[in-house]
Each structure stands twice: as C-alpha cells, then as structure tokens.
Design a protein around this ligand. Structure first.
Ligand code: FE2
Length: 317
C-alpha cells in the first residue's frame, strides 16, 4: 500500500497516511513522501507512534539535520541535539515560569519561517506532538507560492532582486521583547532574496517573515511597509489553514514555500511538549562542529529573552 494524500486546500497542505514512518522507508516510499512534501508544502501524519529516535531517523529522508544550540550550563530537557525544544517546559520538564522564555515564545505567534535569520536556511521542519493543551495550541500555515503567483505583475517586478535582512531578535522585539536596536544590529543576520524558485517544485515563492527587519538598499520604514503588505497578502484566507494536534501527530512544513505561526493557548498553565527536527537547505554534507550557526547565534542573547541564562536563574531561585 502506498502513500495516501488528501489535500487540505486545493493547492496547499495535505493529510498523509498509508505508510509506517516509524520504520526505515523503502526507496519507493521515500520518493512518495518527498514528492508529496514538494507538491503540498505542508504534510500532516496523524498518530504516528514516533519516538525521539524514530523521529530523527525519519527526518533524515529530507536531508541533513541541524543541531540545536548547546545550553549554557549544559542542561537541556532533550538528550538529542537533533531536536529543538519547541515546548513551554523548562530543563526540568516543568511549565516554565520564566518571563524571558515566555517572552521569547511570543515571537513565534507572528508569521515566520524557521531559521530565516541564519545564513544557511532551513528547508524542512518536522514537528512532533508529545503533549498537547486541552484546547488550541494549533499551528497556522500560509502558502507563499500561490500568494506569489497571484501578485500583480508590477509587484512581482518590484520584488525582483530584492534581498531581505532577517534577525530573530527583530521578531522577538515585534513580539514585545525589550531589545535595544544596537543589540539587534550586533546579532546574526540572515540575508535572503524576497523571491526565489522553490527547488522542490520549480515554482517561485516569497521568502518573507516577521524576522525580515530590512530590505537591502531601502529605508527601514519603507521596507517594513512592503514586508507587512506581503505578509498580509500571503495570509488571506484562501492561502491559509491550521493544524490542530493530538499526541503523536507529526507535521512537516517546507520553510522555503510556506510561512507559519503558533496559535494561542494557556501557555502558563497547560503543558505543550512539541519537539522539532530541522533540515538544512541543500544536500552538501557539512560538519556541525565546523559550522554550528545556531550555537553562534545563541552565544550572545539579549537579556530580555535569555532563556538559557533564565533557566539557570530559575534553578537558583
Ligand atoms: Fe516556527
């Protein structure tokens, strides 16, 4: 039995079933999974039975897995560095009360693409639900290919050749964090074209996010106006759907042809344990030790969103 694919929107998002992704895939299964992903942008696999280990192994079908940054003090809730912790839990597995951690996560409620703020982009994010809140906690997705295709020609012409400057601290500031501009400027910036051809499908896509702070050669006010005009265009109802999770559900999105944002939930009272693997764009082998871009990014963190340092404070108090 091969992969079954049920579209969510006519050209975007699909519920996938029919193969056991906890086991190594056959070449035919791997091809079907990758093709579905390239076509639909977001694929949802329900009730997978994946563990941390099989989640990581399945992720390798999409390419090279990024390592999450090592925590200051060495303590991390998850033992595999291939897993990014997208939960609201601290290193001891309790709901965090840390204002910095809560503030940091607020930026995730804005439309974004994962890792736009580092030089080497991430293609796929594979998010597995381990614990979910009793209500809400969904993720919203937007189709940046169809949104690009539907732009008027004069806007397409205007965007040609423009390059965005992306910063994670910029989106944290938009989410309400108090971060001085100098610290944002000193932090890592990812520069990426606003329009690119999505390699998996050959379709053109917007590459924009709340992380996009500037456009090279443009005043910030003008750039922000353009970015948010594009984000508003891309998040119109015809391009958008949400996924509500049950435990065991895996959602895979391709950051190079989608945007997403987290929905609201009772962050301070309900547990939400989500774990993510992230695939680096391209197929060239790389050494994490030689090129730990997330380690470098988080080696210097503004105080108001210093989760790692804050975890240490939480333990000490
Ligand atoms: Fe995200």
């Amino acid at each position: 039995m091969g992969l079954k694919v049920e579209p969510i929107l006519p050209k975007f998002g699909a519920e996938c079933s029919g193969i056991d992704i906890t086991k190594p895939l056959t070449e035919e299964e791997r091809r079907e999974v990758v093709e579905a992903q390239n076509k639909w942008g977001v694929c949802v696999y329900r009730n997978t039975g994946l563990t941390d280990e099989t989640h990581i192994e399945f992720s390798r079908n999409f390419g090279h897995i990024e390592f999450s940054p090592a925590r200051k003090g060495g303590k991390s809730r998850l033992k595999h560095r291939e897993l990014f912790d997208a939960s609201n839990l601290n290193a001891d597995g309790e709901i965090t009360k840390d204002p910095a951690a809560i503030q940091y996560r607020k930026g995730d409620r804005l439309w974004h693409t994962d890792s736009a703020f580092v030089p080497l982009r991430s293609s796929h994010s594979l998010l597995l639900a381990h614990e979910v809140p009793s209500e809400a906690g969904e993720t919203w997705f937007a189709d940046t290919r169809s949104a690009y295709e539907d732009l008027p020609q004069d806007m397409k012409d205007r965007l040609e050749g423009l390059v965005g400057r992306n910063s994670v601290w910029w989106s944290r500031k938009l989410g309400g964090a108090d971060i001085p501009d100098e610290q944002i400027e000193q932090g890592m910036v990812g520069e990426h074209p606003l329009v690119h051809t999505h390699a998996g499908s050959g379709r053109k896509a917007l590459f924009i996010a709340a992380h996009t702070m500037d456009i090279i050669g443009m005043e910030r006010d003008e750039a922000q106006k353009l970015i948010w005009t594009l984000i508003e265009h891309t998040t119109q109802p015809q391009y958008v759907f949400s996924v509500k999770y049950n435990v065991g559900d895996l959602v895979i999105w391709d950051n190079l042809c989608t945007m997403h944002r987290g929905g609201e939930f009772d962050f301070e009272n309900e547990r939400r344990d989500m774990r993510r693997t992230t695939i680096r764009e391209g197929t060239e082998p790389y050494s994490v030790l030689d090129d730990d871009q997330f380690g470098r990014l988080f080696s210097s963190v503004p105080k108001s969103v210093d989760i790692a340092g804050a975890n240490e404070r939480e333990k000490a108090s």
